[in-house]
Design a protein around this ligand. Sequence first.
Ligand SMILES: [Zn+2]
Length: 470
Amino acid sequence: MKRLLISVSIAALSACGAQDNSNDIEPDTVSAAETELLLPLPDQTSPAIVSEDLAIRIKTLADDTFEGRGPGTEAGEASADWIAAEMARIGLSPAGEDETFFQTVKMVNQTVDTENSHFQLTKPDGTALPLTPKENVVFWTKHQDKNELSFDATDVVFVGYGSVAPEYEWDDYAGEDFSGKTVIMLVNDPGFATGDPELFKGKAMTYYGRWTYKFEEAARQGATAAIIIHETEPASYGWDVVSNSWSGAQSDLVRSDGGADRAMLEGWITRDTAEELFASAGLDLEALKQQAKSNSFTPVPLEGVKASGKISQSIDQLESRNVVGKLTGKVTPDEYVLYTAHWDHLGKKSEEKTGAPGEDFYQDQIFNGAVDNATGSAALLEIAEAMAADDLERSALFLSVTLEESGLLGSAFYAENPLIPHSQVVAGINMDGALPIGRTKDMVVVGYGASELEDILRDVLVEQDRVIKP
Ligand SMILES: [Zn+2]
């Protein structure tokens, strides 16, 4: 989720020989994970990259048994155990802590008590904008050292895309002081809005366009609260994704400062709600969006609008794991190519089931995440299996990360705590969501323009009569 698509045909980059020799599996390597598995490993897969192998792993990882692979949950962590055991079975060596396939990731789950919490926007005439959690607003806090937080009657300022990008001579905050204020901003970046390839890499999303950045920047500016206006096209996902993702328990890494470096409250509101709010202050959101496309934009106060918030939350300390295995190269073993794919998904939703099994409208509570990201995890294993059957020049590291859905946290943890020094990693390829709809002529690269690996990929695609798309 929150990503564009990348096809598993990137496996072609591994340039493996894919000989049809069967894996010589020592039975005791399977027990390397030293955990009883909830679902069996495949009994036969081929070192060639084939759809049958991908299918069996996707099916297993998306099985109800793993309950949507929620990090820190018993069923979710069981899927990480399964991946580790599968890494062992296909011939990877453990690359985690204490000669295991795991890297422990300490995390917290924060759950807002919506009954006893609120985020309120008051219009200039003193009336409250109707805000109903999940329906048109979601909010939370990254402060993880307090159960109760509140603020009252802050000024509200529109800050365009909320970006400070010196390389584009861009500063949506224009050097003003935002301490004690609530900032409200647009999703994605000006490059997406204008399509200008010279600006924030055009349609390709930059880090400035991601919600993680926007909240981080708002905090750097000293804001008390930071709100993003949801719009489906620039977000690339609908409001349902926002409301599902940011309700119930929210996971985070354990923060050394308890979250003090973040705004007190973060959240999203719907576009319609934002329009009503702006109109109440005599502003036209669509006109402001036009202004926000230019680096001459300066922050626009919503005169007379005030924001207040109160959060009451529970905080649980948990552990999740990144799963990591490796293959050692024959020529330059100290050089690594890193393959990553997140194993986690959204777990279970809190709502009741609707309908009954077999009925058209039946919905259970499990977010199975077959596409996002059982496909990428299956591709990671399939590439690893192919490479294990080959003589590699470089070493390869296969990292299946946790807590992606909560904001790339497993990756962030690994980046801060690498198991192989970053200086020894020459390339990295992440896979998130392989297309389930069959072959395509174009292949989407997330973060297009950031890597010379694209030149290699382009050559591979040319041979397949295919093209790269940002
Ligand atoms: Zn994903």
